[in-house]
Design a protein around this ligand. Structure first.
Ligand code: SAH
Length: 382
């Protein structure tokens, strides 16, 4: 008897001879091993049931794969040897690899992470007295071309898979424990790429990060930062997400913002404001605006007042980020007086504004500096 079994989950259909315990294959060569982490828990349960095994076996394996982040089947100590061998026949476990780890004098660590296809992204561990934050990438390169950002100078090569995002968090969690003997407390999607242009995978990764079978982290410890893709901000609101939203604003005046960020041509300030109103109506969550003040670009009172006005649209706070030079280009951090003037105007209107010091500049790990300098060859398109 020939069985056509659970194999829809494999790329190739294989016909099994009916002795499920022995699993004799007509053609072993026909098996293309599938990445087991592409299966949902429900799919894995179906697989084990089709093998004549217990449904709970799936949960055990799933926890090894996600919660414990095992990289091979042999370490799954509560799974029998024969089951482990069977799993190896069908599946492989794909994992990212931290290829290069750089330590900054301020404690920041930058990982160059090699993906399965040898492409490289970067993620950063940022330690402070209260927190250890993982800053993760969502795309290889970026399509948005913000003029002041090193990642923006790279081409967007591809979206990251949910597991590639998840693995970056796990790598940083392990480093937090190894180097600081402290747990990872926060995650920010502020690495390479635009998370809202890789929407489904980012949300799936967050789902895993927050689920009990995954890392069990609270959604309020996660922040997704966007350049301001208004359609997707509305979608986040519709999907009732429970994590935080940050918007890279940099100017609340269209003319200036378009000069800095080409996305503003199609998603202008008014539309951004509308999408944020929608976000707040649906989620009741405040938004953080990220804002760099540049010398001679947005360092005057007109820009500061426009920002204050924008901040009144919905409950919000402002992070005034220090500019991290990326080349010899036109951008320079504004003078201290300009930063003070912004803080004064914002605070006089009851808006919370924090001046953020840069971290990890000496290893190009600060905001906007992630550009695979050490692996740039991987990112040039042939
Ligand atoms: N694409 C998303 C996620 C990247 S977050 C977004 O734009 O929000 C990276 C943050 O660093 C953004 O706020 C970005 O505007 C900021 N940034 C980019 N280049 C920078 C630089 N050279 N100095 C300081 N901040 C920079």
């Amino acid at each position: 008897m020939i069985l056509k079994s659970w194999l829809p989950y494999l790329d190739t259909y294989i016909y099994l001879l009916a002795t499920p315990e022995i699993l004799t294959f007509v053609s072993m060569e026909a098996i293309q091993k599938k990445d087991i982490r592409k299966l949902s828990l429900a799919q894995l349960e179906e697989f084990f049931l089709a093998q004549g095994d217990k449904k709970f076996r799936a949960k055990q394996v799933y926890e090894w794969l996600w919660n414990k982040s095992l990289k091979n089947f042999d370490e799954m100590s509560n799974i029998s040897l024969s089951t482990r061998e069977m799993l190896k026949t069908y599946f492989e476990i794909n994992h990212i690899q931290v290829d290069l780890m750089q330590h900054s004098s301020d404690g920041t660590i930058k990982n160059a992470v090699k993906l399965y296809d040898n492409m490289v992204v970067e993620s950063v561990l940022i330690p402070t007295t209260k927190r250890i934050t993982a800053c993760v990438s969502s795309q290889v390169g970026c399509s948005l071309s913000c003029n002041f950002c090193a990642t923006g100078k790279l081409k967007r090569m591809r979206n990251l898979n949910p597991d590639e995002i998840y693995d970056q968090v796990v790598a940083i969690k392990d480093e937090a424990e190894t180097y600081f003997q402290r747990p990872l407390t926060n995650i920010v999607f502020m690495g390479m790429g635009e998370p809202l242009l890789n929407y489904a995978n980012v949300l799936e990764a967050i789902d895993k990060i927050t689920s009990p079978e995954g890392l069990g982290m609270a959604p309020r410890r996660i922040t997704v930062s966007t350049v301001g893709v208004t359609k997707m901000i509305r979608k986040l609101a519709d999907d009732q997400v429970r994590f935080n939203l940050a918007v890279s604003l940099h100017s609340a005046i269209n003319e200036t913002r378009s000069r800095l960020m080409p996305i503003n041509d199609t998603n202008p300030v008014e539309e951004l404001a509308d999408s944020l109103k929608y976000w707040y109506e649906k989620t009741k969550r405040i938004v953080t605006y990220e804002y760099v003040i540049w010398d001679g670009i947005n360092d005057d009172e007109r820009h500061a007042s426009a920002l204050a006005k924008f901040c009144k649209i919905i409950p919000s706070k402002v992070n005034l980020i220090q500019y991290n030079p990326i080349d010899e280009g036109d951008f320079r951090q504004a003078k201290q007086e300009a930063v003070d003037m912004y803080v004064k105007i914002l605070e006089s209107q009851g808006i919370i504004a924090k001046v953020r010091k840069s971290r990890g500049q000496d290893i190009d790990a600060a905001c906007g500096q992630l550009a695979n300098k050490n692996e740039v060859g991987e990112l040039t398109e042939n």
